[in-house]
Design a protein around this ligand. Structure first.
Ligand code: NAD
Ligand code: GLY
Length: 350
């Protein structure tokens, strides 16, 4: 977005645009932008190369130039797709994130990871492209379905558990106050302010981690590396894959995955049992998760071995020394027996 910016290409989907589109259009137009709109289809399956091609055609037909900007209005699917289209069109134009899900507000909109899924894997093609601005209106959470809130809170617990004990405690305290119901997020007064302030604290946390390791350097294994944000994700990705991406929202799978990682940590003598119980009750406070105790453990282990985050064919576990303090551990240090035990114990309803 240069000094002469005149055009904004807005990407959203029908559901989100019907809720907030007019307001955003009004704001952009009254700031002097000439706005064009493209509504992509809703759903993870549309974070695809096909949608990317459609977005690029939309930019071209709108006459988008190097100085102009792309605006993403929606959840992580819209943000990842619009961000990647912005990263590649004319070798990169500015983009602005206006996230409307809890998960996108605390995580996906911050940090510049953009991309699409392909038949060969999720988020397999992408680019690091930082947004010029992340604009969050937490009132958008009022219309968010319950499961989406639960998924977002699980990712919030993840951020605290992996890297910031105070943030973890603050998030748990907030969850105890608001409960997880959508209606509580819209309470007037203090709770609403607390929700907004906690989301801002999560953005600051994530931005600080990203500032220190923007491109998730493969050789970094310290406790401030960007990899710690993948806490819970090894099991989550496997759970999602073996249930054909139909049973779990991603954050819900992360809820289960964090408990499995904590069970492994306890099994290796790293994490105290009391800390595991604290994490378990924090995940419970996020809301009910779809059951995972019927998923075949052998299938999960096979899926983990195919995870694209592995290095030299080895899984890299993000484990915990304590809540707020993660450690990256080579998969060879976790025996199959220990992994099975942790999966059996961790995949019970928390
Ligand atoms: P999503 O974008 O699919 O949104 C969930 C649903 O909520 C959709 O149906 C959406 O239309 C709807 N919705 C959005 N805002 C709403 C509102 N305010 N009220 C009512 N409905 C609303 O899902 P998500 O959980 O936001 O994002 C998941 C995606 O984010 C995945 O593709 C994941 O890979 C990606 N992600 C990216 C990063 C990153 O760093 N780039 C991090 C985490 C996740
Ligand atoms: N969501 C993990 C990351 O942005 O690195």
């Amino acid at each position: 977005m240069g000094p002469g910016a005149g055009r904004a290409a807005l990407i959203s989907n029908r559901k989100v645009f019907n809720l907030f589109g007019e307001k955003v259009l009004h704001a952009l137009r009254s700031s002097g932008f000439d706005v064009s709109v493209w509504l992509m289809k809703d759903g993870e399956q549309h974070k695809s190369m096909r949608s990317l091609a459609q977005a690029i055609t939309f930019f071209s037909k709108s006459g988008l130039e190097r100085n102009d900007a792309v605006v993403a209005l929606g959840g992580g699917v819209v943000g990842d797709l619009a961000g990647f289209a912005a990263a590649t069109y004319l070798r990169g134009v500015a983009f602005i994130q206006v996230p409307t899900t809890l998960l996108a507000q605390i995580d996906a909109s911050v940090g510049g990871k953009t991309g699409v899924n392909t038949g060969a894997g999720k988020n397999l093609v992408g680019a690091f492209h930082q947004p010029r601005l992340v604009l969050i209106d937490t009132d958008t959470l009022q219309t968010l379905p319950q499961r989406e809130l639960t998924a977002g809170w699980c990712e919030a617990i993840k951020q605290g558990a992996a890297g910031d004990r105070k943030l973890f405690d603050r998030t748990v305290r907030l969850l105890e106050r608001v409960g997880t119901h959508a209606s509580s997020v819209q309470h007037a007064g203090g709770v609403r302010i607390d929700v907004a302030a906690t989301i801002a604290a999560h953005c600051r946390f994530k931005a600080a981690i990203v500032a220190g390791d923007e491109r998730e350097a493969t050789d970094r294994t310290d406790r401030r590396s960007r990899k710690i944000l993948n806490f819970g994700h090894t099991t989550a990705h496997a759970l999602e894959a073996v249930t054909n991406y139909r049973r779990f929202r991603h954050g819900e799978a992360v809820g289960h995955g964090m408990i499995v990682a904590a069970e492994i940590s306890k099994g290796l003598g790293m994490l105290k049992p009391g800390e595991l119980e604290l994490l378990r009750s924090a995940v419970r406070a996020c809301g009910p998760l779809p059951p995972a105790d019927d998923v075949e453990i052998d299938k999960l282990i096979r899926a983990m071995k195919g995870d694209k985050k592995s290095v030299g064919g080895q899984i890299r576990w993000v484990l915990l020394d304590a809540i707020g303090s993660a450690r990256i551990v080579d998969g060879r240090e976790v025996s199959t027996r220990a992994l099975r035990r942790a999966l059996r114990a961790g995949l019970q309803t928390p």
